[in-house]
Design a protein around this ligand. Sequence first.
Ligand code: HEM
Length: 380
Amino acid sequence: MFSNGDYWVEQRRFTLHTLRNLGVSRNIMERRILDEFHMRFENVKSDDAIFINEVFELITANIINRILFSYGFDEKNLDKFYSLKKRMDYQLDNANLLEACVPEFAQKFSYFKKRSEKMMEPFFDVKNFLQDQIVERMEEIKNGTHEVGEEPSDFVDAYLMEIQKMKDNHIESSFSLEALVMAVFDLYFAGQETTAATLAWAVCYFLNHPDVVERVRNELRDVTGGNRDLSQNDKLKTPYFNATIHEIQRLANIVTINLFRRAAEDVEIGGVTIRKGQAVTAQIGNILSDERYFADPDKFNPDRYLSDEKLENQTIPFGIGKRACLGESLAKAELYLIIGNLVQRYKIEAVDKTPSENPLNASSAARKPEKFYIRLNEIK
Ligand code: HEM
């Protein structure tokens, strides 16, 4: 996420290629997402109060962790997962534009130094947790308790094979143990909260707009007959649901501060000169709420996409271009399958009160909804 140049090119190419080989954007991943969905909701009773933010966090963490390490979190290691999650939340909730705008000379001031050290602590906790697992995997390979076949079963195996291949062929490359830890960190960190927060926003908007839920449910049940899972193969037959997902992502606008880039050369954009080496970012949030394209931008209105086909291309929650989100196809599959199957299968009710459509903390790095509980009633 924070690398540049040749290192970034080589690492990004390898990661995209490996995710594709591991089944992202194919049926294998759809099955995994649906298994995870069923595991969390199958045994839910109609009077259970479900802490939905936490359930989505666990689902998305398990999906990405299975891609990385071939295992999901269960009773044995849930405590570890939640304690790390709390640390990551601290970082996401407290990091804001201030971190990026402190000039170099001021970074030495005690206030900013302490603030930055505290902000970085969770990063090292998560990094150490992932590194320990990679070291454990290497020991297992060495002592024969873990076998790497010709087809690697997860990202870590694929990466370790690449390191070995480069070594055997005396090729100089950016593949190393340290780079593996960072690649795993990026996928683990970027792949969880983003999708979990979007899923929670989806349920929040649904509770505030029952008319939309009803229309989505009718469309989906017409397609599936209400007796099978919704599949990504159904996408062409679900225009209103597709529009609803665009609207959820547009209004949720979860990446408030896009990742910063360094200008490779002097350039003039819109009359402003950006010098080589300067940091630049595009505020996706401003684009997603631009009144010139989205009339009444604060209103949740999926119909806007049905009346104007161009709007879909204007909606860029994953960024755009060479550095666009690397997990876009995985995230889109998760949103379509989890939201769609939840709505077509269950009536959703808020426990106590309907959650607010305003974010928990408007200035934090990830724009999240408040925490809330729901009840699910299976539609027979
Ligand atoms: C709804 C879910 C998601 C949203 C809204 C989202 C959004 C974004 C955005 C806006 C960026 C920055 C793009 C830019 O700089 O132009 C980004 C980068 C990235 N995302 Fe996502 N993301 C999501 C899910 C995921 C998932 C599931 C993964 C992991 C599989 C992931 C991995 C990454 C990585 C590794 C980068 C850095 C790419 C690079 O620097 O080359 N994201 N994401």
